[in-house]
Design a binder for this molecule. Structure first.
Ligand SMILES: [Fe+2]
Length: 218
């Protein structure tokens, strides 16, 4: 009887552990769906290699963190923080990025357009400022359109490396542009401005609209 109970408890722990592992989300479209703006080669490498590596490394470092917490080893917990930020940020950022893009993403809805015009005067001005900030990122990072719940306004921000927008600035991410070279170099080479300009042709406004509604509570 006790043996059976031990097996059940053991299996339950295994189930919880398995469920707590992060996994690579499926793309909501084919690798070639965003062509000609983003090639199938880039999408396949970016999703199946780069994003997958962030997920795998996050699972490894979380396991080390669990062990350190169980041992009360605060020094190791602190030492693991940068790896959690990098790999956790990489997983969060890319999970948003895939959904932010679509070959048929519709249009910004009336509520979002109204907010953009309030905060940036026009859609074109918002795109211009987001593009300029994103192109100017030194090295690898992300450009974001985010929502500030304190001021109830949209903000443009940039993050270095894989720093996640909400975790580092408090802004709610609505639309992000990945400007790590792995996101564009195979196709656009060193011409980051052309990639940033082109990406506005494949924005999934349906996804951005939904994120805005959730963030703004409207
Ligand atoms: Fe990336």
């Amino acid at each position: 009887m006790f043996a059976v109970r031990r097996v059940l408890v053991s299996n339950t722990i295994k189930d919880v552990f398995t469920r707590s592992k992060h996994s690579l989300p499926d793309l909501p479209y084919d690798y070639k769906a965003l062509e000609p703006i983003i090639s199938a080669d880039i999408m396949q490498l970016h999703h199946s290699k780069h994003h997958a590596t962030y997920v795998n490394n996050l699972n490894v470092v979380e396991e080390k963190l669990k062990e350190a917490v169980a041992k009360g080893d605060v020094t190791t917990q602190i030492a693991l923080a940068p790896a959690i930020k990098f790999n956790g940020g990489g997983h969060l950022n890319h999970s948003i990025f895939w959904c932010n893009l679509s070959p048929c993403g519709g249009n910004p809805d009336a509520a979002l357009v109204k907010q953009i015009e309030k905060d940036f005067c026009s859609m074109e001005e918002m795109k211009k400022r987001l593009s300029e900030a994103t192109v100017a990122i030194q090295g690898s990072g992300w450009g974001w359109l985010g929502y500030d719940q304190k001021t109830k306004s949209l903000r443009i921000a940039t993050c270095a490396n894989q720093d996640p927008l909400q975790g580092t600035t408090g802004l709610i991410p609505l639309f992000g542009i990945d400007v790590w070279e792995h996101a564009y170099y195979l196709q656009y080479k060193n011409v980051r401005p052309d990639y940033v300009k082109a990406i506005f042709d494949i924005v999934n406004w349906k996804d951005v609209n939904a994120r805005f509604k959730t963030a703004a509570g409207c």
